[in-house]
Design a protein around this ligand. Structure first.
Ligand code: NDP
Length: 283
């Protein structure tokens, strides 16, 4: 029997519908949620990501503004742009598209975003609050995965979640959010020996590796929930995840496809975070 598909496109649409309602309510109170997207240089992939984010904002009636800056901008000049955005009342969320050019220190840039506007949830204050279980903006991709699990009725408490990958934006926060929901969490990474011996124990397996079709049948326990965060190109240049879908289909109880799984949730949660930031400015 095939695995049940967790449809991120559908779940994302449903959440966007309720976020759109919140946007209407805020507009009725005189506040239009606004997202500023800062793009430095002209990396084609970054440009596409930024355009998608802006389109999604506009589709639900939010304001979005692109601050496109030249590749040669100095770190100081970029920080000045961020500080100016921190002060603006019509901007509730600030997103700096990564990666930045090599001469700019990403950590300094992210740390300059006001915690009240850090809708990506990457700044040290936001990360610290997340670790402490305090209210903050959660990083959009792991937050989106939590919503996928919740909407699919998947039990987390008491389950063993194994995360493959420990990046700051996906793997690490993913484990924290699952831990907060009472999963037992194991992190694995490139230095983990005998990876399948860990992943085979997972009730919930999260693949955030960035390698096409890396997770095979040998990594997955019968009945596991498999969440594929990866966005890669295979040798035929087709979009694919970190999980070999065909090999794992039928072993997993549930699986996310690529595309149409985690991907649509990331932008959805960015919209949700920005609207939450705008709502905080209304009494
Ligand atoms: P990174 O490259 O920052 O991290 C990859 C992680 O995978 C690292 O922790 C690395 O370990 C680990 N890893 C690499 N090789 C192996 C291996 N052989 N065995 C076990 N672990 C390994 O990637 P990201 O976290 O940023 O992204 C991961 C994937 O998710 C990418 O495909 C990316 O495109 C996608 N992505 C998708 C998003 C979405 O919206 N759906 C959003 C963000 C990312 P180590 O730390 O030891 O190097």
């Amino acid at each position: 029997m095939s695995s049940a598909i967790i449809n991120g496109k559908e779940i994302g649409q449903e959440i966007r519908g309720s976020v759109a309602k919140q946007v209407d309510e805020l507009k009725a109170k005189g506040v239009t949620p606004g997202l500023a997207v800062v793009l430095v240089g002209d990396n084609p992939a970054s440009k596409t990501y930024v355009a998608n984010k802006q389109k999604s904002c506009e589709a639900i009636g939010m304001y979005s503004e692109l601050i496109a800056l030249p590749e040669t901008i100095s770190e100081q000049q970029l920080l000045e742009h961020i500080r100016a955005l921190n002060e603006r009342e019509d901007i509730h969320g600030i997103l700096v598209q990564l990666p930045l050019p090599k001469h700019i220190n990403e950590d300094s840039v992210i740390a300059t975003i006001s915690p009240d506007k850090d809708v990506d949830g990457f700044a040290p204050i936001s990360v610290g609050k997340m670790m402490l279980g305090q209210e903050t903006y959660l990083p959009c991709t792991p937050y989106g995965v939590m919503k996928l699990l919740e909407h699919s009725g998947i039990e987390i408490a008491g389950k063993h979640a194994v995360i493959v990958g420990r990046s700051h934006i996906v793997g690490k926060p993913m484990g924290q959010l699952l831990l907060q929901k009472d999963a037992t969490v194991t992190y694995t990474h490139s230095k983990t020996p005998d990876l399948p011996s860990f992943t085979k124990q997972a009730d919930i397996l999260i693949a955030a590796v960035g390698r096409a079709n890396f997770i095979t049948a040998a990594h997955v326990k019968e009945g596991a929930v498999v969440i594929d965060v990866g966005i890669n190109r295979d040798e035929d240049n087709h979009l694919c995840g970190d999980v070999d879908f065909a090999a794992v289909d039928g072993i997993a109880s549930h699986i996310t496809p690529v595309p149409g799984g985690v991907g649509p949730m990331t932008i959805t949660m960015l919209l949700a975070n920005t609207v939450q930031a705008a709502a905080k400015t209304v009494n």
